[in-house]
Design a protein around this ligand. Structure first.
Ligand code: C5P
Length: 407
């Protein structure tokens, strides 16, 4: 069975209402779909259900306090916000919704929501009269304007004894709705090829030249493209990462091999995203057996250039060139160098990535980039590589459709 939320990190925020007891079930059902769960509770929520319950189910400590030095040093509210692919507040009380509408950040959960770049989803639950009040409805309108998603409450018997609208959405429907939110359809019917990871250029049968690329950004982009409805092939150098579900993997070693496998499928590719950190040089003639240590203090290797895969693809003629996106990993003059590559490699877009900053780039889980195109420049702020990947794919999908529409 396909788990619709595998690899997804969901922060479940619980606020103070009687439906808080259902948060335990939500946690379990989201886990059944493969999601990794962390939980945060307001102090009112802890009057209805104990943190121990959510800690045991989520197998992670519960985030409770904004100003608690110990929990903040373990994983602070900014890190929690960045960790999450999606934040679900269920149940969301009238008071929490009002505080969210005001943009407050004086408790942990509101601070996490304010710090988050990922999707925030609110599942209200309250007495029908509280739900109907203009104050609540105005607050709902305000948070919807800010692109916060609402899982509308249902109608029926309420814990307070009344009948009306205000019941927390059924748990199964919450899980279905969240799963659908990850599937955007913006690339439906498109074939996307992503290259990722490092390449390895052999010195002899034992040794090779490579680089620090972890493959995380490329794998996240492949997954985001798949969620956007594309048929995705991931051509990957050696990494330690799990292959995203429903993505076709082609494992390669060297730059030459990566070029060969890419050319094999490029004819039926609509979008080519070159995230791989391809080695620029290879050993001209790798030794056929292990190079032995000798009395010599030096060993010289003759290097020659590897093929520039991205350039080979962008040079394709007669309508065979896909919409082509490159990455520019730079340590200095980021924008200038990226612009140069955009022009010289004749790309549709280039993603400029400052790998000199140790908090982002290569092995980090975070990244921050600027995308350049012909007369366009858009910054994507620091976020998890997965959130960034989704935002990049949405942007690439828009640009690609525009380029088809305007030729
Ligand atoms: O010129 P530079 O290596 O900085 O360009 C980076 C971009 O080119 C990346 O998108 C990378 O995947 C691609 N590239 C390639 N083949 C190479 C070198 C880089 O496809 N041999």
């Amino acid at each position: 069975m396909i788990k619709r939320l595998s690899n997804k990190r969901i922060l479940l925020g619980v606020t103070g209402g009687i439906a808080a007891y259902k948060s335990a079930e939500i946690c379990r059902r989201l886990q059944d779909e493969g999601a990794e769960i962390r939980t945060a509770m307001t102090s009112a929520a802890q009057k209805f259900i104990t943190p121990l319950t959510l800690q045991a189910l989520s197998r992670n400590p519960v985030h409770l306090d904004l100003l608690d030095a110990q929990t903040e040093s373990a994983m602070g509210h900014i890190e929690v916000a960045r960790w999450a692919d999606l934040i679900l507040i269920a149940p969301a009380s009238a008071d929490f919704i009002s505080r969210l509408a005001q943009g407050r950040s004086d408790d942990l959960l509101t601070a996490i929501c304010l710090a988050a770049d990922c999707k925030v989803v609110v599942a209200p639950s309250m007495n029908r009269s509280m739900w109907e009040k203009k104050a609540t409805q105005n607050n709902m309108g305000e948070i919807q304007n800010r692109k916060i998603d609402i899982l509308n409450p249902g109608e029926g018997d309420q814990a307070c004894g009344e009948i009306g609208v205000g019941r927390l959405m059924e748990v199964g429907n919450i899980v279905n709705s969240l799963s659908e939110m990850f599937e955007t359809h913006s690339l439906s019917g498109k074939n996307v090829v992503v290259t990722a990871g490092p390449t390895r250029e052999a010195i002899d049968p034992i040794r090779y030249i490579s680089n620090h690329s972890s493959g995380k950004q490329g794998y996240a982009i492949a997954e985001a493209a798949m969620e956007a409805g594309a048929a995705v092939t991931l051509i990957s150098g050696p990494t330690n990462l799990p292959v995203p579900a429903r993505v076709e993997i082609v494992n390669v070693g060297s730059a030459d091999e990566m070029l060969e496998k890419t050319l094999n499928i490029i004819e039926r590719t609509d979008i080519f995203i070159s995230v791989a950190a391809v080695a620029d040089f290879k050993v001209e003639s790798p030794a056929l057996s292990k190079i032995k240590k000798t009395g010599e203090l030096k060993l010289s290797l003759e290097l020659s250039k590897t093929p520039d895969i991205l350039l080979e693809i962008s040079k394709l003629k007669n309508g065979r060139k896909p919409f082509t996106v490159g990455f520019a990993a730079e340590t200095e003059n980021l924008i200038k160098n990226a612009e140069k590559k955009l022009r010289e490699k004749d790309l549709d877009l280039i993603v400029a990535n400052n790998v000199g900053d140790p908090t982002i780039g290569f092995d980090s889980d975070l990244n921050e980039v600027t995308v350049l195109g012909h007369e366009l420049n858009k910054s994507f702020p620091k976020s998890s590589k997965k959130t960034l990947a989704r935002n990049l794919i949405a942007f690439i999908a828009e640009r690609c459709l525009e380029s088809i529409a305007y030729g």
